[in-house]
Design a protein around this ligand. Structure first.
Ligand SMILES: C[S@@+](CC[C@H](N)C(=O)[O-])C[C@H]1O[C@@H](n2cnc3c(N)ncnc32)[C@H](O)[C@@H]1O
Length: 249
């Protein structure tokens, strides 16, 4: 298995592939002001197995195009949406977030939880704005500093993992300079990281290693994953995901 196949096998059976939570998705939906609108056209980019997609489908009226680079996650999403009777509301699309096959001004809402860092926050919001209708809403969560000063070891770790990590104010400024009016933002609490993401992932390590015959590559991935969790436990007062909701001007 190559690196991507291993990552998919590690993550695909979990409810979420990144930090987040149902309550936080609902809170961000509240900030969009779209709850009483009908027949919305929505996209969920980097949806994974659809943790947040299902919440969107339950809370907002209309259709969601759920996009991910890896069809394996979309297969999981199809199973989950079928079980909840939401499959007629969600279509899946295998595509890359930096080359979306969408037209101009198609969507009322573009959603993306924990994924925009893969192409970069500024590049992502700048490219995606063309697909929003005038006045359309963007809701993204992205890794953010929540303190002014950080230990060097932590800065170094995130500079390698995600060079665009920045303060909440800096993220809001980027939104403003790229044609959005911020409507609201908040920081994901600890349980979104530990209860909803890291702990289930840690608990899945044994079965993952068994499926992978305890290969060196699989053991290395488990080690990296555990290191990231330990970094979070040690330094969690310094960073989290910021959830940013903004309107296209
Ligand atoms: C950290 S996970 C977040 C998944 C989900 N939104 C959640 O919060 O549970 C990032 C997701 O982005 C997807 N992804 C990675 N590169 C991508 C790309 N270039 N285009 C679209 N999706 C991508 C991954 O497959 C993964 O599902």
């Amino acid at each position: 298995m190559n690196e991507f196949e291993l990552l998919i096998d590690l993550h695909r059976y979990n409810q979420r592939q990144g930090p987040g939570g149902v309550g936080e998705t609902e809170k961000a939906i509240g900030l969009t002001g779209l709850e009483n609108e009908e027949n919305l056209n929505m996209a969920d980019i980097g949806c994974g197995s659809g943790g947040q997609t299902l919440t969107l489908a339950k809370k907002l009226d209309g259709h969601i195009t759920a996009v991910d680079l890896f069809p394996e996650f979309l297969e999981e999403l199809k199973v989950r949406s079928g079980k909840e009777g939401l499959d007629h509301r969600i279509s899946t699309l295998t595509a890359s977030m930096d080359d979306l096959p969408f037209g101009e001004e198609e969507f009322d809402l573009i959603w993306s939880e924990g994924a925009i860092y893969l192409m970069g926050f500024e590049k992502g919001i700048t490219k995606w704005i063309q697909h929003l209708k005038p006045g359309g809403i963007l809701a993204v969560s992205d890794i953010s500093w929540i303190t002014d000063k950080r230990p060097d070891a932590l800065e170094k770790f995130w500079a390698e993992e995600c060079p665009e990590i920045d303060t909440v104010d800096a993220k809001l400024k980027v939104l403003e300079t790229q044609g959005y009016a911020p409507l609201g933002h908040f920081i994901l609490p600890e349980d979104c990281w530990i209860e909803n993401y890291y702990r289930p992932l840690q608990e899945s390590h044994d079965t993952f290693l068994e499926r992978q015959g305890h290969s060196n590559e699989a053991r290395e991935l488990v080690k990296l994953d555990t290191h990231e969790y330990e970094m979070y436990l040690q330094y969690k007062e310094h960073y989290s995901y910021g959830f940013y909701v903004a309107k296209k001007l």
